[in-house]
Design a protein around this ligand. Structure first.
Ligand code: ACM
Length: 536
């Protein structure tokens, strides 16, 4: 059956249940959303109407919620008469529906039926539950904009892999992508740049055309609702106090005006870390509180990501205003100032019933207990955070930054970072061995990150993400053994079927034999890092 991610327990026979035209769905309380998804998605792929049924025994998919099973757990039984799918919650039923789709074969991932196709399910019994409750994917839509349709498609791809947290990187030096009504210049000015570096920042090449785009507030509401139908939480990221040049270009008073002429700044057209960071003023705090008020209205979830990474301190060192602030607050130095900045929003979000999450730099100044950390510079930040009682999402750049090249060799498009193969990702372990059980309980889960500096269009994003995201999904969902004991050969065997699913979905993955001609970018410089990454 070649399921990915692998379920906990499977029993199967060599017999099948044929799905005829009359095959229907009985949707118990709480399963209506999954029934709707099945009709829309499997209905389109198979041409079956999947009409509502009640009280019938035969040729029916019975959906029900059984709270005893555990939040996202499900049990799927296909017998000669019909199908029973029980979930521990509506989310569990939905996760089971993803398994059901895989059981129907790759053509179930198409959007219209192929002529003459018939449909059958193997008789089977599957019990399944996720290892982690945070199975995330971060998409950077700031460096290269992903139009709304592409984001919705990514939510479908996440759902198909049982991922459940979409970390939406909405702002950065190179673009501001979310409409904020009280600060319209954020998108009027901040959502586009005149040209774009093509390749790594050392590349001499430029794409000499405007690049941009943003989501209206209604687009965001649609994205959040679409995600919710798939039981995916959306975590917005609005970066402070670094990675803010696009905002400063839109509102120059947000920058360090006593150090540089911020009115001369534009949205950044190059990659790297901009020195243009927010000024630590009351005006900046009030401005961003206004931004976050609208963000909270748009994103109802528990977590709000405030970035917090890579804030260069040079301008604060040179700014009389920043230095006066350091003295006034008694925070010692520029690092203390950054910590004060983050703590301000930590308290502000907590007071509104939300939780702050930020990149591991936010640990440096002391955090409220409710705040969580995205451990990206390695495992260390996560270990420190877990030991201090903070929740952690493990996303070390050495392992699950999918912008890093997936093979050695000259054909990889714009190769950057370490070589992280499909097998490397399959052997990634989110929980460091040095944590005690109590500390490890703070690891909410894991996340793969897609930074898009060298992904200029959605096809490049597909290429960097797949097939590795399938391995990541199995790491995040399945209770795999220790890395060295993982059966990669079996995973690869199942991938043969999964490539057919990805083909049907229209995913432009990297083939095992290497990039197709149109997936290469000859002559566009990257920045490969030689040698093996630090291992765990
Ligand atoms: C990051 O990669 N700067 C979080």
């Amino acid at each position: 059956m070649d399921l990915i991610p692998a379920p906990d327990r499977v029993e199967r026979t060599e017999r099948y249940l044929e799905l005829g035209d009359g095959f229907g769905i009985e949707a118990g309380p709480g399963t209506e959303g999954t029934a709707r998804w099945l009709r829309a998605t499997l209905g389109a792929a198979t041409g079956l109407a999947l009409p509502p049924r009640q009280g019938d025994e035969h040729d029916v998919l019975h959906l029900s919620v059984r709270p005893g099973l555990g939040e996202e757990a499900y049990r799927l039984v296909v017998d000669p008469h019909g199908v029973h799918l029980q979930g521990g919650s509506p989310a569990g039923v939905f996760r089971g529906a993803q398994t059901l789709r895989q059981l129907l074969g790759p053509d179930a991932f198409r959007r219209a039926p192929l002529p003459g196709r018939t449909w059958r399910l193997p008789l089977t019994e599957i019990q399944d539950a996720p290892r982690f409750r945070w199975r995330g994917l971060m998409l950077d839509v700031a460096r290269h904009f992903m139009p709304k349709d592409g984001v919705l498609r990514w939510l479908d791809l996440m759902a198909a892999h049982k991922l459940n947290v979409f970390h939406f990187h909405l702002t950065d030096d190179q673009g501001w992508r979310v409409e904020i009504k009280r600060h319209p210049r954020l998108t009027e000015i901040g959502s586009w740049r005149a040209r774009t570096k093509f390749g790594h920042r050392a590349s001499p090449l430029w794409e000499e055309k405007p690049h941009g785009g943003y989501y209206t507030q209604d687009d965001i509401r649609e994205i959040v609702a679409y995600a919710a139908e798939r039981h995916i939480a959306v975590v917005p990221e609005i970066d402070v106090p670094g990675h803010s040049q696009a905002a400063i270009a839109a509102y120059p008073e947000l920058g360090n005006t006593d150090v540089i002429d911020t009115t001369s700044l534009s949205v950044w057209d190059n990659w790297g870390i901009s020195p243009n960071v927010l000024a630590p003023t009351d005006n900046t705090l009030r401005f961003y509180e206004g931004v976050f008020e609208e963000v909270l209205e748009l994103f109802p979830g528990e977590f709000v990501h405030i970035g917090g990474d890579e804030c260069l301190k040079d301008q604060w060192r040179r700014s009389a205003t920043a230095q006066a602030r350091i003295k006034e607050l008694g925070v010692g130095d520029e690092d203390g100032l950054q910590a004060w900045f983050v703590r301000h929003f930590d308290k502000w979000l907590s007071a509104r019933g939300r939780r702050l999450i930020g990149w591991d730099e936010i640990l440096e100044g002391g955090l409220a207990a409710g705040a969580a950390v995205s451990s990206w510079r390695g495992y260390e930040g996560g270990v420190t955070a877990a030991r201090a009682g903070h929740d952690v999402v493990m996303c070390p750049e050495q392992h699950v930054y999918l912008d890093h090249r997936q093979a050695d060799g000259p054909d990889e498009p714009v190769p950057i970072g370490y070589v992280r193969t499909l097998e490397d990702v399959y052997r990634f372990e989110p929980v460091p061995a040095e944590l005690t059980l109590d500390e490890a309980a703070h690891v909410l889960g894991t996340q793969a990150n897609l930074w898009t500096e060298v992904m200029e269009d959605p096809a490049r994003v597909d290429y960097q993400a797949f097939p590795r995201l399938a391995a990541f999904a199995e790491v995040a969902w399945s209770g795999l053994p220790a890395p060295a004991e993982r059966d990669f050969a079996d995973f690869e065997r199942r991938m043969a079927a999964h490539y057919r699913r990805l083909d049907a979905l229209g995913v432009g993955y990297r083939p095992p034999t290497g990039p197709l001609p149109w997936q290469r970018r000859p002559g566009v410089p990257g920045r490969p890092i030689e040698g093996a990454p630090p291992h765990k």
